[in-house]
Design a protein. Sequence first.
Length: 229
Amino acid sequence: MKKIIIAIDGHASCGKSTLAKDLARKLKYRYIDTGAMYRAVTLFALQNNIIINNEINKNKLFDFIEKIKIDFKYNLELDKSETFLNNINVENKIRGMEVSNLVSPISIIGFVREKLVLLQQEMGKNKAIVMDGRDIGTVVFPDAELKIFLTAGVEVRAKRRFDELTKKGDNVNFDEILLNLTTRDKIDSTRKIAPLKKAENAILIDNSNIGIKQQFEKVLELCKEKKKN
Ligand code: DC
């Protein structure tokens, strides 16, 4: 069977990574969470005083950009891939609200996107990969064999995110999450470079009322078809 690239794009917190991880596990493919890469750059900027009072110093970020090393390592114990920033595990830190509130402004910067897109293309050059993000089917892999565009109502997404963070023990506020998702969707969809949009040949799935398992089975069928022909 042929090896393919599966590109999953969509709005913030609509279950892209859950679907991508499940597919990767089933197909024995590599999973890449490109949002984690933009989050890692944001964390780097916060840690190096490149963002002060929510202001991004782009010149300073440009000077530092080559010093940012991002990779993923598989944690066998937790059975999941974790994000490393300059060899330090930042998987938990990049998921917090501070990074979430600043990641969209970081991801509109052209030279940040250029660096990360090149890295992502390199990671997928041998195919057999599931990648999720905002511009995977449109910019990173416009020729991906299977493209999925996920969405769900914003209230549904905020509730899922709230439950997920609360379960982890984070003290979060539902309205803050809702505002964060709405703001990010707006910045992500209206930015000049590589805006979030459905690729023409992507399959649209609104999972507001579909369970994780049902969605997975549906997409797995699509993968099998693409792998055959
Ligand atoms: O997938 P996520 O919510 O963790 O992504 C965080 C942010 O990163 C998202 O709001 C926009 C940006 N992003 C992007 O611009 N392009 C991607 N391919 C992935 C994420």
